[in-house]
Design a protein. Structure first.
Length: 256
């Protein structure tokens, strides 16, 4: 078929069979179209994950830090359905840019669960439970070769994650922007990398272990930026020294 000659297709299926469940089929279809310097991609598929042994049967006491973790034998396997749509443009000698949208719907997603203090126990009990939620996101990435010795990359991530009640998942910053700058000396075996990450302002939340509830702050957490500076020096082909400073701006948040 002439139509198929213009596309790359990947079709797959995964079968899971456990003693406690019926056979589960997880199909996946991915399609890519190349048009000059453009690549267009999309995929659709299902996912399946059985609860792990620890999630079902763990019994861990960490009294030093005031909590314990117990498994949940009644956990159901989690299932998901996801779609991605993306496009990429590549200039061979200069730059690259890509855009990707993803949507994932979880059914019986296995998540941590705070049960609070049970039966007047002094320890807070953590376990696992099944919930339904939806993860939506948009990623924009780019690379630019400025000169033969310098290059830069950047990434923009927008997230809109909701639980089964339509509420935003706590502590999920809606927008982050990352930048990276690389330099390689043409005369010496030396390289330098500068990474920055900016996080948009959002309302943080902390988990009240006594009330087993998320408490949102009255004030938004201010937007912040973290900068790392990393370097390397090659003594020999088989030996390299790495050094650097992380969080050079010394950003801290005493509460969160």
């Amino acid at each position: 078929m002439n139509f198929l000659k213009n596309y790359n297709l990947i079709l797959g299926i995964r079968l899971d069979k456990y003693a406690d469940y019926n056979i589960v089929y997880s199909p996946r279809l991915a399609i890519m179209k190349i048009l000059n310097r453009w690549k267009f991609r999309t995929s659709i598929g299902k996912g399946f994950r059985s609860p792990s042994f620890m999630e079902k049967f763990l019994n861990y006491n960490h009294s030093t830090f005031g909590y314990k973790v117990i498994g949940n034998e009644n956990l159901l396997p989690e299932k998901s359905f996801g779609i991605t749509v993306g496009a990429e443009y590549l200039h061979p000698n200069s730059y690259q840019i890509s855009l990707l949208f993803h949507h994932v719907k979880f059914v019986d997603h296995i998540m941590e669960n705070n049960l609070g203090k049970i039966n007047n126990d002094d320890l807070v009990t953590y376990s696992y439970h099944n919930i339904n939620n939806i993860y939506n996101g948009l990623e924009i990435r780019g690379k630019w070769k400025i000169t033969s010795t310098t290059s830069t990359s950047w990434e923009i991530n927008y997230m809109n994650n909701k639980d089964d009640e339509g509420k935003s998942i706590p502590n999920s910053p809606p927008l982050t922007i990352c930048n990276g700058y690389d330099y390689k000396s043409p005369k010496f075996p030396f390289g330098l990398t500068i990474n920055t990450k900016w996080t948009q302002s959002y309302r943080p939340a902390y988990h009240d272990m006594d009330e087993n509830n998320w408490i949102y702050s009255d004030k938004k957490r201010n937007a912040f930026i973290i900068i790392d500076v990393l370097g390397n020096y090659s003594i020999k082909k088989s030996m390299k020294i790495n050094f650097g400073i992380k969080n050079i701006t010394n950003y801290t948040d005493n509460q969160y």
